[in-house]
Design a protein around this ligand. Structure first.
Ligand SMILES: NC(=O)C1=CN([C@@H]2O[C@H](COP(=O)(O)OP(=O)(O)OC[C@H]3O[C@@H](n4cnc5c(N)ncnc54)[C@H](OP(=O)(O)O)[C@@H]3O)[C@@H](O)[C@H]2O)C=CC1
Ligand SMILES: O=C(O)[C@@H]1CCC=N1
Length: 379
């Protein structure tokens, strides 16, 4: 135990610090507000700013500033090592330009572009990692075809009825964006058109790399990614696993894409169900939490709009303190930050006691475990 009464073993975290080009300045905020108000609102672009690099330096400075109140944490080694996600992946990251520096030359084709596919497309375009002329999607529903064609990307028909061939002919990277139960049919349609020049990226929950590799020609390059919907605003938390034939360049290309829309870490495939239960599904837990916090404030007399605004910003600010509060690129332990909020006989401990009595801690654990189990079942 250290002098703050916290066990050092509590802190095995190795989550990289986010230092992306995602911006917090007013220009971006107003654009993000537009995105929230309409799913198909016009894209915001970081190019509106003085430069992502400059913004990144600004974010680093903010992180240091945020870290100041937690000096004791640093001194107590509560802060984890600096695993800047710019350092991922281990292999050949120099093969390719950083997304902040240049777009990828690769043509990217989506087989299925629903909620997650569209969020990725919008994130890639907003980050500048790709351009509309390099993106295509196979979309079978006429309404969605119209919506996606507004982004300036090329649209092909159903992935199981000719669209797979067209996507394969027009793409270097093929992103499988259909539901897990639709994957078999789409892989069958795709298989005759795949070559070893393609990189296949699956974002499907539960579908193992081996089943994708088995459905496609020998030596196909496959990567499995679990993104989340905040990639729409370049705040995603993604994890990825390389298939048996994926190369260091494939790793770099995957990292460049996912890093352009948030943070990205590599994991072993046996961990992907846990990732799915945590960060894949996690935004939904947080949305529910924000809604419930706001309801509590409404019950206590706050108008709904102000309650929702303050609840969402509280979650965002508190999360940012964990991510940036460590200083030197590490993350801070939430238990320590919680203690800083909690005065003896004060308001916070009264609230925390209710949360503990209601089993909220256990409820979140159970939610992640249940979602992870469900991911396992989807195999
Ligand atoms: N939503 C999320 O937060 C996340 C989702 N994922 C994964 O992403 C994948 C997609 O999920 P999500 O976007 O939510 O689901 P959606 O249902 O919104 O998207 C799937 C899309 O694929 C389309 N599709 C299915 N079959 C074909 C076909 N043969 N040709 C062309 N298009 C086709 C569907 O069209 P139609 O509407 O006509 O059926 C739909 O638009 C899933 O595998 C999921 O596990 C991963 C991480 C997070
Ligand atoms: O709910 C689902 O199955 C998908 C996978 C992760 C998030 N959404």
């Amino acid at each position: 135990m250290n002098s703050l009464g916290l066990c050092q073993q509590l802190l095995p975290c190795s989550v990289p610090r986010r230092s992306s080009g995602a911006c917090a300045c007013p220009v971006r905020d107003s654009s993000v507000a537009n995105l929230y108000s309409s799913w198909s609102a016009s894209l915001w672009s970081c190019q509106q700013h003085k430069g992502v690099k400059q913004h990144k330096r600004h974010k680093r400075a903010q992180g240091c500033a945020a870290g100041l109140p937690f000096r004791e944490a640093q001194h107590e080694s509560l802060i984890t090592q600096d695993l800047d996600d710019d350092d991922e992946p281990d292999a050949s990251s120099s093969d390719i330009a950083r997304p902040e520096q240049a777009g990828l030359p690769d043509r990217i084709g989506f087989l299925g572009a629903g909620k997650m596919g569209e969020a990725l497309i919008r994130g890639f375009l907003a980050s500048g990692v790709s351009v509309p002329s390099n993106i295509s999607a196979s979309v079978r529903n006429a309404e969605r075809q119209r919506a996606l064609s507004m982004l300036g990307i090329q649209i092909f028909g159903s992935a199981t009825d000719g669209g797979a061939a067209e996507i394969a002919a027009n793409s270097d990277i093929i992103i499988l964006g259909v539901k897990p139960h639709q994957m078999d049919a789409v892989l069958s349609s795709l298989a005759p058109h795949v070559t070893t020049n393609h990189l296949i990226i699956s974002i499907a929950a539960g579908i193992r790399i081996s089943s994708i590799e088995n459905a496609l020609p020998d030596a196909t390059h496959v990567v499995r990614v679990m993104p989340n919907t905040p990639c729409l605003i370049r705040e995603a938390a993604s994890a990825y696993v390389l298939g048996n034939h994926a190369t260091p360049l494939d790793a770099s290309r995957t990292f460049a894409l996912m890093r352009s829309v948030g943070v990205a870490v590599t994991v072993e495939e046996r961990m992907m169900d846990a990732v799915t239960g945590l960060s894949g599904s996690g935004p939904a837990y947080v949305f529910l939490m924000v809604e419930a916090l706001a309801d509590g404030a409404v019950a206590s007399g706050l108008p709904r709009d102000k309650a929702l605004f303050l609840a969402a910003q509280t979650v965002a600010g508190a999360s940012r303190m964990v991510l940036e509060g460590g200083g030197n690129g590490g993350i801070a332990h939430p238990a320590l930050l919680k203690d800083h909020v909690t005065s003896p006989a004060g308001t916070t401990i009264a609230g925390l006691a209710e949360l503990e009595a209601c089993g909220v801690r256990s409820a979140f654990m159970r939610a992640v475990k249940a979602a992870s189990r469900r991911s396992e079942e989807l195999t």
